[in-house]
Design a protein around this ligand. Structure first.
Ligand SMILES: *Cc1c(COP(=O)(O)O)cnc(C)c1O
Length: 385
């Protein structure tokens, strides 16, 4: 009966940058032309810039998981022992992929809502000096927890192993000094902080990791990083790329460079901190209070309330799509995203809607209490900026 605008508040896909969306209209160009090559070269340069690395950053036409698989199938050997630090559903995906390719994963697990400490990784590395790889999420999207990949990099740097990071929601929400911290493989995805639709994945590969490629004996064909790098240097992709997304990405990267990657990160960090302040004002608990990620905030519903009611309330009453918990966490949490093209106006609206939904489901909070906390946070942030 009232207008409901469709709003995406999920940690992927995320809201689209309008100018990147509009750019997709010009997708009727062929990928083996000089026009496209020029654009592709610019994208490759800007990707390195935005990732902040001297490594080649290779785009693949797949969702983020394709790049996760490519990292395994292009750099390791059958029966390789690897350490997988897992703290949620995406960590479990590393376990699944490494097993699927015949690796031998040693799983270092943290309970959902927690993260694997660098000290635990150090212990695992001591116990397994023959490990050839360490896998982790920079930001575990399923729980809203972050990992200390800087400390992990410092540990792995001194070993013969490589550090493979799923930074799909870490990029653009937390500082990642790829070259300085020794982050060998860093993976991103288009539908997260890059503000464009799903369908592209990115991989930064260090010199140390390229050495691993030489002894890799695992089958791969479509995702062939060596071929991809060779073609990238010639301004081409190996196969027909997702042309519309590359065109869109070119605009998004331009925007991120204008804004500054550090500002994009600060934006997510501010929104995340303001969301935590609002949740606390509303008497709600965080799911991952110890190391909260700035990509997404996972919040527990009031005691006795299924988080599905909150998710449904957002969708039905306000046209807002927020994420429920995944797997066993379904019904236990709801997740509000901050990565990419989000601003404070989005957040005020989200918290305002949340207050109405909570009251409608019997959890009585004064209207405006959470919004006021977010507003105060914002006012303070711009005062001290
Ligand atoms: C979104 C996401 C992925 C990739 O999932 P796809 O559906 O393959 O794009 C991987 N890891 C994390 C942490 C993510 O948030």
């Amino acid at each position: 009966m009232y207008i409901k605008k469709q709003r995406l508040l999920t940690p992927g896909p995320t809201p689209l940058l309008p100018r990147a969306l509009h750019a997709m209209m010009a997708s009727d160009i062929h990928h083996r032309t000089s026009d496209f090559q020029k654009l592709y070269r610019q994208v490759l340069t800007d990707l390195k810039d935005v990732f902040g690395t001297k490594n080649e950053v290779l785009p693949l036409s797949s969702s983020g998981s394709g790049a996760m698989e490519a990292a395994v199938s292009n750099l390791f050997r059958r029966n390789d022992k690897v350490i997988v630090c897992t703290a949620g559903k995406f960590g479990e995906r590393w376990v699944g992929i490494t097993k699927a390719f015949g690796l031998n994963p040693i799983v270092v697990e943290a309970p959902y809502g927690d993260s694997v400490s660098a000290a635990r990784l150090a212990e695992a590395l001591r116990e397994h000096p023959d490990a050839r790889g360490v896998f982790v999420q920079a930001s575990e999207t399923s729980t809203g927890a972050a990992h200390d990949v800087q400390a992990m990099g410092a540990l792995v740097k001194n070993t013969d192993a490589i550090l493979v990071i799923d930074a799909i929601t870490g990029l653009g929400t937390m500082p990642l000094d790829i070259d300085g911290w020794g982050l060998d493989v860093v993976i991103g995805g288009s539908q997260k902080a890059f503000m464009i639709p799903p369908g592209l994945a990115f991989l930064s590969v260090s010199d140390k990791a390229w050495e691993f490629h030489k002894t890799c004996d695992l089958p791969h064909f479509y995702f062939d990083l060596k071929k991809e790098r060779k073609n990238a240097l010639a301004g081409e992709s190996t196969w027909t790329p997702a042309v519309s997304l590359i065109i869109s990405l070119a605009e998004a990267l331009k925007y991120i460079k204008e804004l500054g990657m550090d500002k994009l990160i600060a934006n997510a960090q501010m929104l995340a901190a303001a969301t935590r302040a609002a949740a606390s004002a509303l008497g709600l608990e965080l799911f991952s209070p110890n190391a909260p990620s700035s990509s997404v905030t996972a919040i527990r519903p009031p005691a006795g309330m299924d988080s599905g009611l909150i998710v449904k309330g957002f969708r039905n009453e306000f046209g807002m799509v927020i994420a429920n918990g995944q797997g066993e966490m379904k019904g236990q949490i709801f997740r509000i995203a901050h990565l990419g093209y989000f601003d404070f106006a989005d957040l005020f609206a989200t918290i305002g809607a949340l207050e109405i939904i909570l009251n409608a489901n019997g959890y009585i909070v004064p209207y405006g209490k959470g919004v006021a906390a977010a507003q105060s946070f914002y006012a303070e942030a711009i005062r001290t900026r």
